[in-house]
Write a protein that binds this ligand. Structure first.
Ligand SMILES: [Fe+2]
Ligand SMILES: [Fe+2]
Length: 366
């Protein structure tokens, strides 16, 4: 059962004009500036994928089999609407509820890039599914829990919409959207990285790298914000949501891989998703559900599990080096009441736009 009690929290208190109206970074929540500036340094337009679209189209008809095309259609059907739901939740809920002006600035930036994601997926969808009626069927299917091919997408969408209901406490909804951006997108990212390893669908793969990086930032920001709340959900409730999200994403993987693609077996994909959910639980300060290992080491190179310094990958030359990234500092540990703590000794910004702590034991390393 959802909790119904909402305790006052400075982040959510509309009576504090200094918090609500002051147009400045708030030193009680220094992570906000860090994520904002980092995100700002990585902005990109949908036009970045245009030069590769024709090759995607050629390979779609010549080089992909029907199982692979089904997989990509399912992914696009989900993504074509998921960004819209995340964006709607920011507009209708989070950016309205959170009273801290700098968090609202961050949400403005996230909302902008969610729009770029939606635009990009629509370009990809039009390119690979050019008949308008086929594309429309895909979009409609994501709402139909009885559609035999797309019911798993509809189930994920229904779960997202359940946690947009303001009758539920903010902390629970924030937690749910950590699992949306940190888990519901991961099966699709993994699937597209699989095609990247096969040198297929370059436009889709470029988009995937940029979008996975952005969603990584959104997830980590949301975890920091959640940890800064005065009151979090009970651990049992966190586990309940984590299990629900994991189960839905595993169902999605099973439905997407009706015929197993070579090298991307269904059970390994499910194991990978369990590994991802464990990482989110760890960052939320909880024990993992299990001790599974990552069956897809190549995903380490995509920065999805914190094993490599993600933002030093070659494509991150896109980072706008005019942007000064401050040192990253964490909110107080859950329930500790401790003052804000610095993460490592990286940072400093200046000419080096992207500075990260790169010690291997940092829980926030990319
Ligand atoms: Fe997105
Ligand atoms: Fe996002």
């Amino acid at each position: 059962m959802p909790e119904t009690r909402t305790l006052p929290d400075p982040l959510l208190d509309p009576s504090d004009d200094a918090t609500r109206l002051a147009q400045r970074w708030d030193q009680r929540y220094p992570f906000v500036e860090y994520w904002f500036k980092l995100h700002q340094s990585f902005l990109w337009p949908a036009e970045d994928i245009e030069s590769e679209l024709s090759l995607d189209r050629q390979q779609w008809t010549k080089d992909l089999n029907e199982a692979q095309r089904h997989f990509i259609r399912l992914i696009l059907a989900f993504f074509a609407t998921a960004d819209g739901i995340v964006s709607e939740n920011i507009n209708a809920n989070f950016a309205d509820e959170v009273q801290l002006s700098c968090v609202r600035h961050y949400y403005g930036l996230q909302n902008y890039i969610e729009g770029v994601h939606a635009e990009t997926y629509n370009i990809l969808l039009e390119n690979l599914v050019p008949r308008r009626e086929d594309a429309d069927r895909l979009i409609r299917a994501v709402s139909d829990l009885n559609d035999p091919q797309f019911s798993s997408v509809a189930a994920k969408r229904a779960w997202m919409e359940r946690y947009m209901d303001r009758a539920r406490p903010f902390r629970e909804r924030l937690l749910a959207f950590i699992f949306v951006e940190g888990c519901f997108f991961q099966g699709s990212f993994l699937g597209i990285f699989y095609f990247q390893n096969k040198n297929l669908l370059p436009a889709l793969c470029v988009a995937n790298r940029f979008i996975a990086r952005d969603e990584n930032i959104h997830t980590r920001f949301a975890i920091d914000l959640y940890r800064a709340l005065r009151e979090q959900c009970e651990p049992e409730h966190v586990y309940e949501l984590a299990r629900e999200a994991l189960q839905l994403e595993q169902q999605f993987a099973a439905q997407a891989l009706q015929v197993e693609l070579v090298g991307l077996k269904r059970e390994l994909m499910c194991q990978y998703l369990e590994f991802v959910i464990n990482g989110l639980l760890r960052d939320l300060g909880l024990e993992p559900l299990s001790q599974v290992t990552n069956p897809f080491p190549f995903m380490d190179q995509q920065g999805m599990q914190g094993k490599t310094n993600f933002f030093e990958q070659p494509e991150h030359n896109y980072a706008d080096r005019r942007i000064k990234i401050p040192q990253r500092r964490l909110p107080p540990a859950v329930g500790s009441g401790d003052p804000v703590q610095a993460v490592g000794s990286g940072g400093g910004g200046g000419a080096q736009a992207v500075q990260h702590d790169d010690s291997s034991d940092s829980e926030y390393e990319f």
